[in-house]
Design a protein around this ligand. Structure first.
Ligand code: HEM
Length: 510
């Protein structure tokens, strides 16, 4: 009998050690060291998930609880929380964020998908020499000439999707546009009619990738499995949903592989004429074939598939969600909508495509995008990271394996950096003087900063400008009166909900 008591007591003690002492003691030490500059938000096991879930339930905004802490005390530099049994340090002070972005090799990104052979060989998750090689190669696809050569395609996609789509689901509508733009930028002409699972490819891919990401969030059993077994978790007591997803991932990779192989065969026998119009796939295939000729093969087909998934993941939902939030604010502030409509008509005209010479002149749309990225950036922080080796971050010591995050939206919410920082005021970006006060270069960094900043940022801004300009010219954008409560929640990213919150009324319908 006594041995049972001892076994139960030791079990309780080890759970207490694992769940409470292990994360809490180091957090308390940092709290003691930093005092008011640190906020302790530890919750046994649930940690950040609890902060976010409570914030959505009580405040109808995923980030409000954390943001309020910063606004209440602008000297806060870190939120001390936990992810399951490990400390999670959410850095909000701009000097700490700066150090982390500049010293990026001290941290390891956590794969947001945790599925083998999905994106690990792509640019976002690569490290060291492979990352350098890919960044250099892909950089050539994001030059000004290459970006502007895609303008006619982007115009066409926006026109086609806004005609075809019923526009009852904001996220689906905008992701159809941005997904198709990434697919065309990657595969070029050969994608027309590209279908997966009987649907437009971009819709299926967004669905599949979102499901992979949300699976552990919505199922604690799967979350726990992934924590313990990482990639292997998919084969350990797999649920039916996991099995189905794996099958769907396999199928969609097959379709992509076939398209890549077809292009390799075509380019073996044909020289590309216009280098400026080269799509991502051609760039990759040309390099692949060159390496084959030189017998120095570094790129394989798997890497090209991963790069497509990476660019799709990095470029679709981010751009779609930012566009969706801009559209929401246009509906929320009809006066701003009228001013922006006026700007579009003056610069682009009542009809016709948006061209290169218009882009820099759409200053009000640019201001709207910047304000949305300041307050509602869908990528309010980058991918979660762990500390690679014990690390001194300015005055704080972090241990190998701790979770850490740059909350780069944080500094931009403070009055010490922006006038009336809590107010949505797009006009602040139209001021000629310094918009940002006490700027160390890391206050407004919606696309992250340092060597691993967003490679697609100019493409994103160009695309969002075009989406807003074309949609505002064609539709009066209104809040749906049937929707009583707007929430800033999270799908894959931080976004406005519900999906039917907007109504698009054709301007020349009557
Ligand atoms: C509003 C839209 C976008 C936002 C807010 C955004 C934001 C970001 C952020 C915060 C990062 C850093 C991630 C990290 O280090 O964990 C990043 C990286 C990246 N983004 Fe974007 N992004 C956007 C659009 C795009 C587009 C359109 C593309 C390409 C089609 C793209 C491609 C990439 C790539 C390849 C990286 C990884 C760069 C590297 O590690 O060297 N992004 N983005």
């Amino acid at each position: 009998m006594i041995s049972i008591y001892i076994a139960v007591a030791s079990f309780i003690m080890s759970v207490f050690y694992f769940v409470v002492l292990l994360p809490l003691v180091p957090l308390l030490k940092i709290k003691l060291q930093l005092g008011q500059k640190a906020v302790l938000m530890y919750y046994p096991f649930a940690g950040l998930s609890k902060i976010w879930n409570d914030s959505i339930t009580k405040e109808k905004d995923l980030l409000k609880t954390i943001n309020q802490q910063l606004i209440k005390n602008p000297n806060v530099v870190v939120i001390l929380s936990n992810f399951l049994h490990k400390p999670l340090l959410i850095w909000t002070g701009s000097e700490y964020i700066k150090d982390m972005y500049l010293d990026h090799t001290s941290y390891v990104k956590i794969d947001p998908f945790m599925v083998e052979s999905v994106g690990q060989k792509g640019l976002v998750l690569s490290e060291g020499d492979r990352w350098k090689r890919q960044r250099k190669l892909l950089g050539t696809a994001f030059t000004f000439e290459k970006l502007t050569s895609r303008l006619p395609m982007i115009n066409q996609v926006i026109e086609k999707v806004s005609k075809d789509d019923k526009k009852r689901n904001l996220n689906e509508f905008t992701s159809r546009i941005t997904g198709e733009v990434v697919i065309h930028s990657f595969f070029g002409e050969s994608t027309n009619g590209f279908q997966i699972e009987g649907k437009d490819a971009q819709i299926s891919i967004v669905e599949i990738l979102s499901e992979i990401f949300l699976l552990p969030m919505n199922n604690p059993f799967i979350q726990f499995k992934q924590m313990l077994f990482e990639y292997k978790s998919w084969s350990i007591f797999p649920t039916q949903k996991e099995k189905d997803l794996l099958r769907r991932i396999y199928n969609f990779k097959q379709v992509i592989q076939e398209m890549i192989e077809k292009r390799i065969e075509q380019l073996k026998n044909q020289q590309l004429e216009n280098q400026d119009k080269m799509v991502f796939l051609d760039l990759y295939v040309t390099e692949y074939l060159k390496q084959q000729q030189d017998k120095k093969q570094e790129i394989d087909i798997e890497e090209i598939i991963h790069q497509f998934i990476t660019l799709f993941f990095a470029g679709t939902d981010t751009t779609a969600t930012t566009s969706g939030t801009c559209l929401y604010y246009l509906a929320e502030y009809p006066e701003m909508q009228n001013e922006i409509l006026k700007e579009v008509i003056e610069i682009v005209g009542e009809q016709g495509d948006i061209k290169e010479e218009h882009l820099n002149k759409l200053v009000k749309i640019n201001a709207l995008i910047q304000e949305v990225l300041r307050l509602r950036n869908p990528a309010f922080c980058p991918i979660f990271r762990t500390v690679r080796q014990d690390k001194q971050l300015l005055d704080v010591k972090m241990k190998k394996g701790w979770f850490t995050l740059q909350y780069h939206i944080g500094p931009g919410l403070l009055d010490k950096h922006f006038e009336n920082a809590q107010q949505f005021d797009y006009k602040r970006w139209l001021n000629k003087g310094n918009v940002i006060k006490n700027d160390n270069g890391f206050i407004h960094i919606p696309f992250a900063a340092g060597p691993r900043n967003c490679l697609g940022q100019h493409m994103a801004i160009m695309e969002i400008k075009m989406i807003i300009a074309r949609l505002v010219r064609q539709y009066k954008i209104q809040l749906n009166p049937k929707v009583k409560q707007i929430t800033f929640g999270m799908k894959f990213l931080y976004c406005v909900e519900p999906d039917n919150c907007l109504i698009f009324e054709e301007r020349n319908s009557g």
